[in-house]
Design a protein around this ligand. Structure first.
Ligand code: DGL
Length: 284
């Protein structure tokens, strides 16, 4: 009987553990938003690596080191699953993380080429992502598996992540970056745009003004949140607490700037905890 009580205790404690979510910056908040909407009772801990953003132009090995250090931090804070809410980190490090932490459950991002290929009528699809995402084996595999017969047009939107990190969601410079990427694709008659970077859902209103109502814009965040829920249900550790779970926000950058962008993007007035990197793999 006593043993049963202990097991029940550990089981209950596992349910209450937070979902760990990370990104190079505020982009992963587009995934956190969907996780919150689908699983409001879950406790969350979000890590934005503003000390190193952007990841897109960086070498894979460096992104792997950052992702390992952040994973260790989130595990130290009892995360029951790690959501790599970053296409760039998923492309560069998801396989590495699964090999390094074989007992940890990871959910990563992959550009939504599959739904885009299923939905397009013109057979022409635009994909917006960072250079490291396009260079990764993950993207090549997604294209090979799902893009059959569909013509893909890719663009890395240089500078767009930085604009979103500053909360410049509608500035002329932000619009110029998106027009440079999207107008040539429109000339090629695309009818679907895949957002292959978790930052980009925050500029969907601007994207829609540029592409017009006849072009579908695909944000993968809802599907990723659904995958997280499926995994937690399968493991029996979904927190169905009726009240709202807690959210911790952690940054390796400046708390004040993250606090103001968090308020702008999600309307949340959250306290921001700061951490310091001791090297490319370890957080103090
Ligand atoms: N938001 C991330 C992504 O989905 C990373 C962008 C960056 O830091 O370059 O790729």
């Amino acid at each position: 009987m006593y043993g049963l009580r202990i097991t029940h205790y550990h089981f209950t404690m596992s349910i209450k553990k937070p979902i760990g979510i990370f990104d190079s910056g505020v982009g992963g908040l587009s995934v956190l938003r969907e996780i919150r909407a689908q699983m409001p009772g879950e406790n969350l801990i979000y890590f934005g690596d503003q000390g190193h953003v952007p990841y897109g132009p960086r070498p894979m090995e460096q992104i792997q080191g950052f992702s390992e250090g952040i994973t260790r931090f989130l595990l130290k804070h009892n995360s029951k699953v790690i959501v790599v809410a970053c296409n760039t980190a998923s492309a560069a490090a998801l396989k590495y993380l699964r090999e390094t932490f074989p007992d940890v459950q990871f959910v990563g991002m992959e550009p939504a080429v599959k739904p885009a290929a299923e939905k397009t009528q013109t057979g022409k699809v635009g994909v917006l992502a960072t250079p490291a995402t396009f260079q990764g084996a993950l993207y090549a595999s997604v294209v090979e598996r799902f893009a059959n017969g569909v013509e893909l047009f890719q663009n890395t939107c240089p500078g767009l992540v930085g604009q979103i990190e500053k909360g410049e969601l509608d500035a002329p410079e932000t619009r110029a970056i998106l027009e440079d990427a999207l107008l040539p694709m429109l000339e090629k008659n695309i009818d679907t745009v895949v957002l292959g970077c978790t930052h980009y859902p925050f500029v969907i209103p601007l994207i829609e003004r540029i592409v017009g109502e006849n072009v579908r814009v695909i944000d993968p965040a809802p599907a990723v949140a659904k995958q997280v829920k499926r995994l937690l249900e399968a493991d029996g550790i979904l927190n169905q607490n009726q009240g709202e779970g807690t959210i911790r926000f952690v940054t390796s950058g400046e708390a004040d700037s993250v606090k103001s962008v968090l308020s702008l993007l999600l309307g949340i007035d959250g306290e921001i905890e700061t951490v310091t990197w001791v090297d490319d793999r370890g957080i103090l």
